[in-house]
Design a binder for this molecule. Sequence first.
Ligand SMILES: NC(=O)c1ccc[n+]([C@@H]2O[C@H](COP(=O)([O-])OP(=O)(O)OC[C@H]3O[C@@H](n4cnc5c(N)ncnc54)[C@H](OP(=O)(O)O)[C@@H]3O)[C@@H](O)[C@H]2O)c1
Length: 285
Amino acid sequence: MAGNYDGKVVLITGASSGIGAVAARMFAERGAQVVAVARREALLEQVIAQCRAHSPNSFYLSGDVGLREFAESIVTTTVDRLGRLDVLVNNAAVSKHKHIYHTRADEAERVLQVNFLSCVWTTLAAIPVMLRQGEGTIVNVSSFAAKLTPPRESLYAASKAAMSAFSEGLWHDLEGSNIHVALVHPGPIDTEIWLKEDEPPSYQGKKYPPEIVVKAIFDCIDRRRYEVTVPQRNPMLMTARFLRLVLPGVLRWGMQRTDPVPREVIDRARQRALAGKRLGETDEC
Ligand SMILES: NC(=O)c1ccc[n+]([C@@H]2O[C@H](COP(=O)([O-])OP(=O)(O)OC[C@H]3O[C@@H](n4cnc5c(N)ncnc54)[C@H](OP(=O)(O)O)[C@@H]3O)[C@@H](O)[C@H]2O)c1
């Protein structure tokens, strides 16, 4: 049974599409005042119009959470306009699915800023607010990739693993404060993130609706759970988790077979290296 969010203030990053947009609507349907954050203003307008049908005070803030000043400002603006912050959902992220040979250093920096540091910046801004209130919840949307790194996802997985480690540390450090921290690990979810990948995804299996992730977020808040992986009973994810614990070498070997590195990718990377190019400078020599 979903909790009652009447009058609660919920700040959601990455709310213009996918999981974040569905979360915004579902929180508003439960009575929450939603602050939706992302870059694409036209989409945010649509999401907030739907939220306002249930909670008229909802609004959006458009900007880049990969910039510290903006990430901090979304917390202060929320509190200035709505007086409090009950739930912070750190959900914004970009995909980064490409061979390491094709990856530039500035891309690495950007992925870490958007996917991980944004969550640190909003959290550090939110903790004093929640301390003053005497309560609050921070939900971080990580990824199953944080638990095992798929081929071509080293940076994306690293950003999510960093988020997971940060969340666990917060859980320890916030003990006794009545600020609850939770971590959600989605598996394959049917959103537009799959269309934004730099190189075609090798995964062709089932994708699940974003609603299951939002239900996991509610579950974390309502039952004060720390960690939820969704979908919970997917045989592929269950097998992977088991192998990760018991036979990690077998898991790595198996995952590598799902997306082996083509010989020509290595050959071309070597040619570029011999020509003195930096990694990621992929215009052929
Ligand atoms: N879909 C999956 O299979 C899956 C699996 C595991 C984990 N996840 C995680 O679930 C979360 C939501 O992803 P999704 O699947 O719903 O994908 P999505 O539809 O692409 O949503 C990503 C959201 O993040 C926002 N965003 C990206 N960069 C931003 C930036 N610099 N500043 C502000 N907002 C930014 C995007 O909005 P704008 O472009 O408008 O800024 C969008 O609203 C992500 O953390 C993702 O890593 C997804």
